[in-house]
Design a protein. Structure first.
Length: 744
């Protein structure tokens, strides 16, 4: 062994005589054990609360997705369930009740919860913004209404117009959401108890695990009461009298979720085309006045599109900013900010959709100019006295859109710069944390050697460091195994329920067939008598489901095939579940073994069980000891007790805030801090990658607009004839697009 010369340490003080443990030592020992038990209980309670919070927010997130899915299918929000049977109750106009989980499933949406497990509040405060009913609230714009405005809705046949009535699609719901967004708050509106009171499109409430306010209901505060309000989502669920979790949807959030503005614009663009076709058709009848208006109208259409283009760019910038903000919060909290992490992909999708709308509007401007050229040519042909030079072409102004796009690009670049700075700072923090960790490990070696070049315990310190590394990796592996087991358990339970249902249908076919037929006949009577369109559609949906059930009951082959397929899926899910359970148990066993190894290595240094050992001061060898003189093994005469220094170095490396790290490394210890910073750095790098992609996209949009501004569509009237679409064809196209709820 290589040795280094050092000065001879001071001669130790003579050993004192010790007697057996006294009352004071026993009391001190009891106090220490009690303190450790308290710390362990508090840590367990904190972990349990965190896991429960995650499960509650996951349930709310799945239920929120189910409500959005229902609204997409039914073009309205579900009514509350007021009698706790799982079915929505729309007749009484109630705004608050329970989530209608059965109705959601009938519409093809899985709420992830059973009957009456969540409270549900929906906006029904006034007819104009009652989100649980469906009406013909939105129709395409009529751009050529007097050739002076583009804000008039098309009139239906019943209102003196010619447009088809009762086209009920998602834009109709968007119209009601928009009415609610601009409505002045009133006491009858569904709202949360924020300060000031805040209206909501809808809200969901998870009751938590306890009746903390002692009123006999798991729902605390106003959440469990009738009316039109729930608690503020920001109210802490950790208060002694409140443990509910509330998730709200604002009107603006709902508009973004359904992409209302791009959907309406897509239909309005087709409506613009219909009006152009109508004008060109008038030109074919040698109507000079109509031809002149068509030129003016095409110019107006180009100007309108430029305005909409600016709005699309602004919307894209807003969604880009929201996406960045949500991603930052999601990454900074290591994925624990559930709402932020859920909203992040929605904002990204909306920003991309807005970008597509921008490109479409750029193309529409060119089409409008082309339409003006076509109208001008028709006008020249219709009136031989008109020279081509006498007809003016539209000059669309895209300066506002260009400025908005430049601002969007600059913000994207600024976000990249900001994230690059955060990544650089986090890398510095990581380097510093690693240095601090290394210094703490070296300090432990130093005190084990008591200032010497080496000792007999060097290998034991190495075992402790390696054991802590192994424990950390096994802890991460166990968390992953738990998540996998939960996933397969859910899949297995779902397929088991399906198989039970199909087996019941096969076993009781002869009883169920006439029963279902009678239910269909009863529904037919109700549908024929129902005058409310919304109620009629709900009944028709029930009939459709019953008809499908009857078809399966009458087709034993298909029913058996579906049952057998369900059995295969269930059995495979069971195999996967058993493997996941075994993997989880194995991971837990490995984790417990790693934890025991760490605790043993820690105890071997901390409690002095190693006894005397050698350390070297060349040319002499000395004896040190990590135990007290008594009880045995006692430190021999002439040895040095290093226990206090070693214990302090161990606590410095693995402990924090009074926790010595003897059970496992503390989360804020010098050992754990670099690992936490590394996860934060990985999250920031993911955000930086997305931000750089956004920068590229925003630059492309700006370049496209700049090219539009620098090179406007050419306006060359040649006097050649045109062959336009017929108005009937164009009108049919508009109605088809409207019926489909827009283009996507």
């Amino acid at each position: 062994m290589r040795v280094m010369p050092r000065a001879r340490p001071p001669t130790p003080a003579p050993r004192r005589r010790h007697r057996g443990l006294g009352l004071l030592e026993v009391l001190l020992f009891i106090a220490i054990v009690g303190g450790l038990a308290t710390v362990g209980y508090l840590e367990w309670r904190e972990r349990s609360a965190l896991q429960s919070s995650r499960q509650e927010r996951a349930s709310l997130s799945q239920a929120d997705t189910a409500v959005i899915t229902f609204a997409t299918v039914m073009r309205r929000l579900p009514c509350p369930d007021t009698d706790r049977d799982g079915l929505e109750d729309c007749g009484g106009g109630a705004q608050k009740g329970w989530l209608p989980s059965v109705s959601l499933k009938l519409a093809g949406a899985d709420a992830g919860v059973g009957v009456a497990q969540l409270r549900y509040l929906v906006q029904r405060g006034a007819t104009a913004y009652d989100l649980a009913v469906l009406g013909d609230d939105w129709r395409p714009l009529e751009y050529d209404d007097g050739a002076t405005t583009f804000a008039a809705m098309r009139d239906t046949v019943g209102n003196g117009g010619s447009y088809q009535a009762n086209i009920l699609t998602l834009p109709d719901l968007c119209q009601r959401v928009g009415e609610g967004a601009v409505a002045t708050f009133g006491a009858g509106m569904a709202h949360v108890t924020a300060s000031p009171l805040r209206a909501v499109a809808y809200a969901l409430v998870h009751p938590g695990l306890e009746d903390t306010d002692g009123d006999g209901s798991l729902f605390d505060g106003v959440n469990g009461a009738a009316g039109n309000t729930v608690e503020d989502p920001d109210r802490s669920p950790l208060l002694s009298s409140y443990d509910d979790v509330v998730r709200e949807r604002s009107f603006a959030s709902l508009q973004s979720a359904f992409h209302c503005q791009p959907l309406a614009q897509s239909i309005d663009t087709v409506a613009l085309g219909l009006d152009v076709v109508n004008q060109v058709d008038d030109m074919r009848e040698d109507n000079i006045d109509a031809a002149e208006r068509a030129v003016i109208f095409a110019a107006l259409g180009a100007a309108i599109t430029a305005v909409e283009l600016t709005a699309s760019v602004v919307e894209a910038a807003s969604d880009t900013g929201n996406a960045v903000a949500e991603a930052t919060l999601c990454g900074a909290t290591l994925g624990l900010a559930v709402n932020a992490c859920a909203a992040f992909p929605q904002h990204i999708a909306s920003a991309v959709l807005a970008g597509v709308s921008t490109a479409a509007n750029i193309a529409t401007i060119a089409l409008n100019v082309t339409a003006a050229i076509m109208a001008g040519n028709a006008l020249v042909l219709a009136d031989n006295s008109r020279p081509p030079a006498s007809v003016s072409c539209p000059v669309p102004d895209v300066s506002a859109a260009l400025a908005a796009s430049l601002d969007e690009w600059n913000k994207a670049k600024a976000e990249v710069t900001r994230l690059e700075g955060e990544v650089a700072q986090k890398q510095t923090d990581l380097a510093n944390a690693n240095t601090t960790k290394t210094d703490a490990i070296n300090a432990l070696y130093f005190w084990v050697r008591y200032g010497g070049s080496s000792s007999d315990l060097d290998g034991t310190v190495t075992l402790l460091v390696n054991g802590s590394n192994t424990w950390n990796q096994e802890d991460l592996d166990y968390d992953e195994a738990q998540a996998t087991r939960t996933l397969y358990q859910t899949e297995y339970d779902s397929w088991s329920d399906i198989v039970v249902r199909y087996n019941n249908m096969l076993t009781n076919r002869t009883t169920l067939i006439p029963q279902v037929e009678a239910e269909i006949a009863a529904l037919d009577i109700l549908i024929a008598a129902e005058t409310d369109q919304t109620a009629k559609e709900a009944l028709q949906l029930q009939r459709s489901n019953k008809q499908g059930e009857l078809a399966l009951l009458n087709d034993v082959t298909t029913l058996t095939s579906e049952r057998d397929n369900g059995i295969v899926k269930r059995d495979q899910a069971y195999v996967n579940l058993q493997a996941a359970i075994a993997a989880e148990a194995s991971a837990l066993a490995v984790l417990n073994g790693a934890l025991a190894s760490y605790q043993t290595a820690y105890a071997n240094l901390a409690n002095g069980s190693l006894g005397p050992y050698n350390f070297y001061y060349p040319p002499l060898t000395f004896i040190a000891c990590t135990t007290k003189p008594l009880p045995a093994p006692a430190c021999t005469s002439g040895s040095y007790s290093t226990s206090p220094f070693v214990l302090s170095a161990m606590q410095d490396l693995y402990g924090s805030g009074g926790d010595t790290g003897s059970t496992q490394p503390h989360a804020d210890s010098k050992y754990m801090r670099p690992l936490t910073i590394q996860r934060e750095l990985d999250g920031l790098n993911a955000q930086l990658t997305a931000a750089r992609e956004m920068e590229v996209d925003t630059k492309k949009r700006y370049d496209d607009l700049k090219a539009q501004a620098d090179n406007p569509p050419a306006c060359n009237l040649t006097g050649t004839g045109v062959t336009p679409w017929s108005p009937t064809t164009a009108a049919d196209l508009l109605i088809n697009v409207d019926v489909k709820g827009g283009t996507r």
